[in-house]
Design a protein. Structure first.
Length: 211
């Protein structure tokens, strides 16, 4: 997992609440588990005017010239609700989104996102409202998400946010589930020597897991 310390990038205002995982990545595209190649399908129903994804919807925020290079997404409450597909954060990351700012996130999406290196910035409703106003006044402006200082900055305005300390440590150090397990490699190898080979997985098996 890629480390995350500070990100300064274009923030795209997606003015919608209850954006569910089927909107993020529709079920018909869940055909692989290698985490790559999903970005083109991000927000399929909103982003394209045809099923073949050859005609873009010019009214959709990520198709507008100011936001094509967006690495931060700003949305309304309850982002990521719906089915528990891990493909949702994979798709956002593959598109180039590294952080999402919203008043609230669905629990399962939150776990999947943070576990894959997608930073979630939880601001109060009124703070998100203010951020939307700032972005609307200056389309394409850059926002900074700083995981070291736990701040989010747009222009002259800065907000503080919180994050579970364990999740923050994992993001700062680039530790996913496999990396965390391999921090105990010596203990795992010692256990392997004490148990029959068929009873426990081997460290080399963990190292070969896709991340």
């Amino acid at each position: 997992m890629e480390k995350f310390t500070t990100l300064t990038g274009v923030a795209a205002p997606l003015d919608a609440a209850n954006v569910d995982t089927d909107q993020i990545i529709p079920k018909q595209f869940l055909l692989a588990v290698d985490r790559k190649g999903f970005g083109v399908h991000l927000f399929h129903e909103r982003r394209y005017l045809d099923d073949a994804e050859t005609i873009e919807n010019p009214d959709f925020v990520l198709n507008k010239p100011a936001y094509r290079s967006a690495s931060i997404l700003v949305a309304r409450r309850n982002f990521g609700n719906g089915s528990s597909r891990e493909h949702a954060p994979w798709t956002l990351l593959d598109f180039g989104i590294r952080a999402i700012i919203a008043p609230s996130f669905a629990d399962i999406f939150s776990n999947n996102a943070l576990g894959n290196g997608l930073v979630l910035v939880n601001l109060a409703e009124e703070e998100v409202d203010e951020l939307f106003r700032i972005l609307e006044a200056d389309p394409g402006m850059k926002v900074t998400v700083d995981l070291v200082t736990m701040t989010c900055t747009a222009g002259e305005r800065t907000w503080r946010f919180t994050l579970d300390p364990f999740r923050r440590k994992c993001l700062l150090e680039g530790l996913d589930a496999v990396s965390l397990t391999l921090e105990h490699e010596d203990d795992i190898r010692a256990r392997e020597k004490r148990e029959p080979a068929w009873l426990v997985p081997h460290v080399e098996d963990l190292k070969s897991c896709p991340v």
